[in-house]
Design a protein around this ligand. Structure first.
Ligand code: SF4
Ligand code: SF4
Length: 122
């Protein structure tokens, strides 16, 4: 298994289950889920480890917002800005498969596929 330098988070409600990302991933860390989203599709799901952050899945995906790639997850989690206090914080990954982390400052869960609503220090 490749080193988990990156992290991938799938927004299951935006995913159409086309499998393009699964086939494109060079290290085979994506598969289709056995469960369905509210549209009746089996969304892509991360194995939970091994993502290199290469971004190939992001470019393969035809659905805007379905896949988020954190190219350097270690740096990203230490540069997080808490959405509640608007202060520098840190993220701890609590569920790599669902892409859920916890903010150290406010203790709230952060949905990583909601990338556009999150803030990170430069
Ligand atoms: S960023 Fe690269 S290694 Fe990670 S899931 Fe996507 S294609 Fe696979
Ligand atoms: S995340 Fe994108 S590429 Fe992957 S199965 Fe879903 S819609 Fe297709």
């Amino acid at each position: 298994m490749a080193k988990s330098r990156g992290l991938v988070a799938v927004n299951v409600e935006e995913c159409k289950g086309c499998k393009l990302c699964v086939e494109a991933c060079p290290v085979n860390v994506l598969h289709l889920s056995e469960s369905f989203n509210t549209h009746g599709y089996s969304p892509a799901e991360y194995e939970g480890e091994g993502c290199t952050g290469c971004g190939v899945c992001y470019y393969a995906c035809p659905e805007p917002g379905a896949i988020t790639v954190f190219k350097n997850w270690q740096e990203a989690q230490q540069a997080y800005i808490c959405q509640t206090s608007n202060k520098p914080s840190q993220l701890t990954l609590v569920d790599p498969i669902q892409g859920i982390a916890e903010c150290e400052a406010c203790g709230q869960q952060v949905i990583l596929s909601n990338f556009r609503a999150l803030s990170f220090a430069e």
